[in-house]
Design a binder for this molecule. Structure first.
Ligand code: ADP
Ligand code: MG
Length: 907
């Protein structure tokens, strides 16, 4: 058996035969295993991962590094090979640290991407299954559904309204309708093969069934399909801003260095020494490692989010989540569990409508009726009529239904849309089974459910003619009906009566569905506009329990300044009842309907913005209107996270600052348009994501503060030396050592800080808040003055005691190492006391600190290294003295925090 290459030129059944496939039952288990062995998994060969060597070399792409390399070369030329080797070693260590950081960040991002898998529905062994698309084999019978990505090249067998977006293939943006009955010329271009669906294209609407004719790299587009995997990653805005900031600093440093350079020349120092000195100062002042450290902080946030069921597809989202102040969330499945149970049935009546409580099982209801009969004598026809009306409702429920039920492993097994499954279960209780009804009324055609359509319908062959069954929102179904079935026979429809019951049930929080049926002419096409004059059979009311965590999560949003709105296709009264229960809305004024949006849209953006300013509940909204809401919220200055799962949600997910797709219930389209994927579909996880986003942002500020402030302190130290006309307190090699080696792990370690607590008790930070706000500037200045000043004082004091310049520098250098450690511990929280959280909660930081000191001590004792660095061991007593001085800096920062906690910054 071969894969068929030109399946479009033969009838579907020939393709099926050639593939030894089976339209009804699909392939058997063993056959699948065999084919999987022959054809391999349905996945394209993965691009080779970037090698670690590339990461390593990338560390050298930086002007500062180029200059340092040049310095090493010059040293060598001047015959100072020791210094040359030293610079090389420092660069090497620096690059190794950078490589490890970037490589592990990249790896964890990749691992996260692999957690999102595409699923496909197939028929195998006579039953419907959902499998990983990778497990698909040629000959599999595949079911296509709106929003899904076509998993392989498929020869279509049967379609209902199937429309596929093939822009990937053809570049043409208008989606193509499909027709399986065509038999096309062999040379028909890919874009015109209307009896095929190609791997990687997207089902815009409708349903389809077909046979997989080619998988993996045998598909028409092969490599192309893979390119859909992700939008190109743009750098997060914060990192872009940091890079810009770096180049500004570099300019400032250039000026400062030029001044020092000039003074030194005037003093008659050798040119090469001054050159190296200037480079080292530049290294000290420009936080060149900062963008990498920030990327690491973001990627740590990403891994932490993954543990809380939030998968980040783009780093940008981590940052945006931290300042998100509005969530527009789907109701069904996100705020609720989407496990529906029909607990009410409503049957039309001549005088009054019968609302039947199905929470008591239908059997109980029947018994109750029987009991009533015994007590009150024969109520006769009415009760029997009621039962038969309920049966008619149940029959329509199982026929106009896309779900599947089967008896498996000793129990009933259902799968499909939650609404459809709930209806099947309800019917089962009433004694109506899908199998039996479907064999009595074979299905001829179907209009599948789409959210924007609000109904679904099927056409069946009855004993005496064709019958249509429809189910959907009451508004929609009432419009199609002109009569209604009561226990006493059919009478003209009473739309007001129906509206009244519907309104009452919706207000009680029920999700409502109406059902209708009617004869359908023999030779007419089954389409929406032909569905008229039906007989209204009744309503069902379903309960969809709230997710247990949802209420607390909405509460958490409130206390953290994040507004929440619900967006749903459901009835306004249902939506309002549920949002009230969630504490999301308290007044009907906050309910905005799809109709109101449409009217406002016609009036212009201002009208829409006025609606979205008050709206907390958006009901009977069409999926396409989500993007209207999103855009308007953005105009209103909100930083918006929007959830989506359906085929039509992609534009809204793109328009939002943070597009959130549902991992379980979401379509492939939604997932591919999203920045985040929530693996448990739970609203509460979005809130966890926001919390983690805030933690990441706080940590970024800590990393930035630490690396900037110590650099500025070193510059200040040098300026003091110049002002007091002293020799430079640190040698070039010493500066390099401090900045690229001992300091190397500490800034990144701050990125690992755990939550400080209370992140969700504050309002979100403004999206455009400057990193260098007043607090940051104050703190940086403080560190510069205290650390730079004290180091200079000690250096000066050593010199005035008549110590050699080497000794004074030795002490200054130890002082700087200790200061860095003191500052890093005080940086663990921007405002909270350093004693409020045990340092052991951040093992990497403790390790980094011990390592920094050990490295320094080792360097003092190591022959070659101590010569180049011109350092030597000092007495224990001196260590203790210096540690004491370092603690002064620690105390100063803590004191400043204390003051700022008492007297918070305004603005
Ligand atoms: P939601 O945003 O809550 O998921 P939908 O857009 O899915 O809402 O549904 C809107 C309305 O369409 C529902 O209130 C219900 O009346 C109707 N409906 C929902 N699911 C189905 C279905 N599978 N078949 C027919 N009608 C449905
Ligand atoms: Mg839905």
């Amino acid at each position: 058996m071969d894969t068929i290459i030109e399946a479009h030129s033969i009838p579907a059944y020939d393709a099926i035969e050639a593939l030894k496939a089976n339209t009804e039952g699909g392939l058997g288990k063993d056959e699948v295993a065999e084919r999987l062995r022959i054809y391999g998994p349905n996945s394209l060969p993965k691009p080779k991962p970037t090698s670690i060597a590339v990461y390593f070399l990338r560390q050298f792409y930086s002007p500062l590094i180029y200059i340092l390399l040049l310095a090493a070369a010059i040293s060598l030329l001047l015959g100072d090979w020791q210094e040359s080797i030293f610079i090389m070693i420092v660069l090497l260590l620096n690059s190794i640290i950078g490589t490890i950081q970037e490589y592990s960040a990249e790896k964890s991002a990749e691992a996260l991407k692999n957690m999102v898998r595409t699923k496909t529905r197939v028929i195998r062994d006579g039953e419907e299954f959902e499998i990983d698309s990778e497990e698909l084999v040629p000959g599999d019978i595949v079911l296509l559904e709106s929003g899904g990505k076509v998993p392989a090249d498929i020869r279509l067998i049967e379609v209902q309204d199937l429309v596929v977006d093939e822009s990937l293939l053809t570049g043409e943006s208008i989606p193509d309708a499909k027709d399986p009955d065509l038999i096309l010329d062999r040379r028909t271009p890919l874009g015109d093969r209307e009896n095929m669906a190609f791997a990687g294209t997207i089902v815009v609407s409708g349903r389809g069934r077909g046979v997989a004719v080619a998988t993996a790299s045998n598909t028409a587009v092969g490599g192309l399909a893979a390119s859909l995997a992700g939008k190109p990653e743009t750098k997060p805005p914060l990192i872009l801003r940091m890079e810009k900031f770096n180049s500004k600093i570099a300019l400032g440093v250039a000026v400062a260095v030029a001044v020092i350079f000039a003074v030194e020349i005037y003093r008659g120092e050798p040119i090469y020494d001054i050159f190296l000195q200037s480079v080292a100062l530049a290294v000290a002042a420009v936080p060149e490692g900062l963008p990498v450290a920030m990327t690491v902080a973001l990627s740590i946030g990403m891994s932490r989010m993954a543990k809380r069921n939030v998968i980040v597809r783009r780093l940008v989202a981590v940052e945006a989540l931290g300042s998100c102040n509005f969530i527009a969330s789907d109701k069904t499945g996100t705020l609720t569990v989407n496990q529906l149970t029909v607990t009410r049935a409503v049957i039309p009546g001549r005088d009054s409508w019968n609302v039947i409580d199905l929470a008591k099982s239908p059997r109980e209801v029947a018994e109750e009726a029987a009991g009533k009969m015994a007590a009150e004598g024969p109520v006769g026809s009415q009760s029997a009529g009621q039962t038969s009306a309920l049966k008619a409702l149940a029959r329509a429920s199982v026929l106009a239904n896309e779900a599947f039920s089967g008896f498996r492993d000793g129990g009933w097994d259902y799968h499909g849309d939650a609404v459809d499954v709930a209806l099947l279960m309800m019917a089962q209780e009433t004694g109506v089974t899908q199998q039996e009804e479907q064999s009595n009324y074979p299905r001829i055609a179907q209009i599948p459910f789409e959210s924007k359509r609000q109904f679904s319908a099927t056409l069946h062959q009855g004993p005496d003619g064709r019958i249509a069954f429809a189910k959907g929102s009451p508004e929609k179904i009432l419009k199609m009906s002109c009569r209604m079935a009561t226990p006493d026979g059919e009478i003209p429809l009473d739309p007001q009566g129906a509206d009244k019951v519907a309104e009452a049930l919706a207000t009680a929080g029920f999700r409502l569905l109406a059902l209708a049926s009617g004869r359908f002419p023999e030779n007419q096409e089954f389409a929406e506009d032909r569905l008229e004059g039906l007989t209204f059979l009744g309503l069902v009311g379903m309960i969809d329990p709230l997710r247990p965590e949802a209420k607390a999560a909405v509460e958490a949003c409130k206390s953290s300044g994040v507004q929440v709105a619900m967006v749903t296709g459901d009835h306004p009264a249902t939506a309002f009842a549920i949002s009230r229960e969630l504490g999301l809305a308290d007044s009907v004024d906050q309910v905005v309907t799809g109709m109101e949006l449409k009217d406002a849209e016609a009036k212009g953006p201002e009208a829409v913005d006025a609606l979205t300013r008050k709206g907390r509940v958006y009901a009977r909204v069409e999926p396409q209107q989500k993007v209207l809401i999103t855009n308007s919220l953005v105009r209103n200055g909100k930083l918006v996270a929007v959830t989506g799962d359906g085929a039509n949600d992609a534009p809204a997910l793109h328009a939002a600052h943070v597009g959130v797709a549902m991992g379980k219930g979401g379509t492939d389209v939604a997932k591919e348009s999203a920045d985040l994927i929530i693996t448990d579909d739970n609203f509460a996880s979005i809130v966890s994501g926001i919390e983690e986003g805030r933690i990441v942002y706080n940590n970024l500020r800590k990393v930035i503060f630490f690396s900037i402030s110590t650099g500025v302190a070193e510059i200040f130290l040098f300026i003091l030396a110049l002002i007091f006309n002293m020799p430079l307190p640190l040698l070039a090699v010493q500066l390099l050592w401090l900045n690229l080696v001992t300091n190397g792990i500490q800034d990144v370690a701050l990125a690992f800080e755990p939550a400080e607590g209370g992140e969700m008790n504050r309002p979100p930070r403004p999206a455009n808040e400057a990193i260098f706000n007043r607090l940051m500037v104050e703190k940086v200045a403080l560190v510069a003055v205290v650390v730079g000043g004290l180091t200079y004082a000690i250096f000066h004091w050593q010199m005035s005691m008549g110590r050699s310049i080497e000794e004074a520098r030795n002490i200054a250098m130890i002082m700087m190492v200790l200061f860095e450690n003191a500052v890093v511990f005080a940086s663990r929280s921007e405002l909270k006391s350093a004693f409020s959280s045990s340092p052991l909660r951040n093992p990497l930081l403790v390790f980094g600190t011990i390592a920094a000191i050990l490295i320094q001590v080792a360097a003092m004792y190591m022959p070659g290294l101590s010569d180049v660095l011109q350092i030597h061991p000092v007495s224990l007593y001196q260590w203790v003295e210096l540690v004491g001085v370092a603690l002064v800096a620690f105390a100063a920062i803590e004191l400043h925090k204390l003051i700022r906690r008492r007297f918070p910054m305004i603005g």
